[in-house]
Design a protein around this ligand. Structure first.
Ligand code: ADP
Ligand code: MG
Length: 677
């Protein structure tokens, strides 16, 4: 008997049923015991029939007068009476023919169901019935409800788990004893038992706390370990030079905001140390992060060291190179800027590399592949990453090996991280936030359109195009032949070019196109050779197109709120009024989630809301690994999060991961999918 046994080895599970379990991803007993309920229905309240009140109840009694009949509309109805010594109740089942023959009149049953008005009399509708025992599975307890599939309901899943109960002893503890006693945690095996078959609400809470604690603890531990490893490394300290900083600030065409100054100062303090900086600057699109990062670069260049600046796309890299060169021009430091792109032809590349070799220091701007491709950058002191939270620890280690010390790291992102997530998942980062834009920007007019108003909406788009503005149209999928019958970029492109936007210049942009093709479309859009582009979210971290005034998002409910918010930040960046039109895929009422976008223009609040509704994996794109999608812990459960975080901090101080086999494996797995190693 082993947790790795296949499900067919359990009593009551044959080959056919095990196929059903396979459909929900369960192969062996271990999978089954870790298949946690989605919710519970409380039928633990066993009452005398005389004192029944409407709601979920359980009664105990004998069942008699079982009759079956068909209603006029062809519905099969089974009726019966259950009686205890205090009274009788009517039971009704719909389309459950087998009930009549499965009940014997002289035995005692638990009967659990929803007690309510049916027709003119009170009755229990579709109740579960089970012989009285001291371990009922479908009645008389807090019932665990699972994600089901056709032919496999929660009752059957519960039956299987009951059959697996003897295996639960084999569930090993993975947390250190001292943590279990200090935080008063339920032992692991017991928590698994209670999560499936809770004794009472209080015990269920303890079980959930225990399993949630474990999830959060593992995540915290992963990021804190990464942090500890980084802090052990040596970096080059860059001394703050007031003269050069002032000189830079004084020649800017604008005044830095207080927030920008504060963040720059934090960065200067970080890079002044001989341990590597690991800072994330968070701020909505347009909050002015580029000038902040340029000031970091400035101090490093001024000390004679180089900077690598990585952007998500080549086009953005070009744009950044221009911006930064401009910012540095008056200090005669624009000569240090060099652009290094995969799309350069061999000759250009050689030239660029030659240039790199010939100058002592430089600020090399390229895509995220810059570092991976192993370009030699002499005296690299600082790595800046735009639109990405995290620079992989592995990538850092590679750099370390090559250059003998760790460069400082500055990352910038427009996707806000809610505080809880920051503690749990990004614990290794120091975060600075820029909350306000330097100038008052116009509120983007955000509107939701149902399918039947879609064409009308495109008339509005056409009107904008007539005025010489431009539009983005974003779709959740690329190709029309994908099984999902939702808006695909190809289908929408075809539709629009034949119909509503026939007389305009429309481009198509998506990830299946070759890189240079993508760049060409984007460049055409920037140069206003195109009026609109139909694309996938590839434009999310896009370039500035000040002339774009409309962002249409097809099948908007498919996207995360923070993502839509970021997309709509692409328009309304100059003095033209920006519009964001959200198309929902059906004619139902838009969900509160989508509604929130109409009401709020606070990216941070939207991210928090999304986190609550869809989980972290959905926001941070690691959903396919499932590792961020916590199964038990709620990220708004502060008590749980703070305890687990504290435990992880203590663990790093006083314990050694190598002594814990299972925990080490879990942490290694997390670190590999979250780019923490
Ligand atoms: P982000 O990268 O955060 O989206 P950018 O760095 O591209 O934002 O800045 C957006 C625009 O705001 C740029 O045109 C930039 O020149 C301008 N900007 C930055 N800081 C200020 C400021 N303090 N005052 C006025 N304009 C600013
Ligand atoms: Mg930017």
């Amino acid at each position: 008997m082993n947790l790795s046994d296949e499900l067919v080895s359990l009593k009551g599970i044959g080959p056919a049923l095990s196929q059903k379990f396979l459909k929900i991803g369960l192969v062996n007993v271990d999978d089954l015991v870790n298949y946690f309920p989605r919710r519970y229905s409380d039928f633990s309240n066993v009452v005398e029939i005389a004192s029944t009140k409407p709601g979920d109840i359980t009664v105990v009694g004998k069942i008699h007068q079982v009759t079956g009949r068909y209603s006029r509309r062809g519905l099969h109805i089974t009726e019966a009476i259950v009686s205890d010594k205090t009274g009788s109740l009517r039971l009704i089942w719909f389309n459950q023919h087998y009930r009549k023959d499965s009940i014997s009149s002289n035995k005692e049953y638990f009967v659990s169901g929803d007690f309510g008005l049916h027709g003119k009399s009170m009755s229990l509708i579709n109740p579960a019935v089970e012989l009285v025992s001291n371990f009922p599975v479908s009645t008389a307890r807090i019932l665990s409800i699972y994600r089901e599939t056709k032919g496999l309901n929660s009752n059957q899943i519960r039956q299987a788990i009951k059959a697996a109960l003897p295996y639960f002893e084999q569930i090993e503890e993975i947390l250190p004893d001292w943590i279990i006693s200090r935080y008063d945690l339920m032992p692991r095996a017991e928590a698994h038992r209670q999560i499936h078959f809770p004794k009472d609400q209080k015990t269920l809470e303890k079980a959930r706390f225990r399993l949630g604690f474990e999830e959060v603890f593992e995540l915290c531990l992963s990021s804190l370990l990464a942090k500890a490893e980084i802090k052990k490394q040596v970096a080059v300290p860059f001394k703050f030079d007031e003269t050069i900083a002032k000189k830079f600030v004084n020649q800017l065409p604008f005044k830095l905001t207080d927030e920008q100054k504060r963040v720059v100062w934090q960065i200067y303090q970080d890079i002044g140390k001989s341990t590597p900086m690991n800072r994330l600057v968070e701020g909505d699109v347009g909050t002015g992060k580029t000038v902040v990062s340029s000031m970091a670069a400035l101090m490093v260049l001024h000390s004679g060291y180089s900077v690598a600046f990585m952007a998500p796309t080549e086009l953005l890299a070009r744009q950044h190179a221009n911006t930064i060169a401009n910012l540095l021009k008056n200090l005669d430091m624009d000569k240090y800027v060099s652009l290094l792109l995969g799309s350069l032809n061999p000759k250009q590349k050689i030239l660029a590399l030659e240039h790199l070799k010939s100058t002592d220091m430089s600020i090399v701007i390229g895509t995220h592949a810059l570092i991976q491709e192993g370009v030699d950058i002499t005296k690299l002191g600082l790595v800046i990453i735009d639109e990405q939270h995290r620079f992989g620890v592995k990538q850092r280690q590679a750099l370390l090996k090559k250059i003998g010390y760790m460069p400082h790291l500055l990352s910038m992102s427009a996707t806000p991280i809610p505080r809880s997530l920051q503690l749990v998942v990004f614990g290794e980062l120091d975060v600075s936030r820029i909350k306000h834009k330097p100038y008052e920007s116009k509120q983007i007019n955000t509107q939701i359109y149902k399918q039947n108003k879609r064409l009308k909406m495109y008339q509005l788009v056409a009107k904008e195009l007539d005025q010489g503005n431009q539009a983005f149209i974003v779709c959740p999928h690329i190709s029309r032949d994908s099984q999902i019958k939702l808006a695909s970029a190809e289908a929408i492109y075809e539709e629009l070019t034949k119909g509503p936007l026939k007389s305009y210049r429309i481009g198509l942009l998506h990830g299946k196109q070759k890189k240079d093709e993508q760049d060409k479309v984007m460049q055409d859009f920037v140069d206003h050779h195109l009026d609109a582009i139909v694309s996938t979210t590839i434009v999310e971290v896009g370039v500035d197109v000040p002339n774009a005034s409309v962002m249409v998002i097809e099948a908007a409910e498919r996207f995360g709120l923070a993502q839509i918010h970021q997309l709509r930040g692409r328009v309304g960046r100059s003095d033209i009024q920006g519009h964001c039109f959200l198309v929902i895929a059906d004619d139902n009422q838009p969900s509160p989630r989508i509604r929130a976008l109409e009401q709020s223009s606070d990216g941070f609040r939207l991210a928090e809301l999304d986190l609550k509704l869809r989980g972290p994996g959905a926001i941070y794109g690691t959903a396919q690994h499932g590792i961020l999608d916590l199964r038990i812990a709620q990220l708004d459960d502060e008590d749980l999060i703070y305890s687990a975080k504290q435990a992880a901090t203590e663990f790093i101080d006083k314990d050694n991961l190598l002594q814990y086999d299972q925990l080490s494996k879990r942490v290694a797995q997390i670190r590999s999918v979250t780019n923490l190693n």
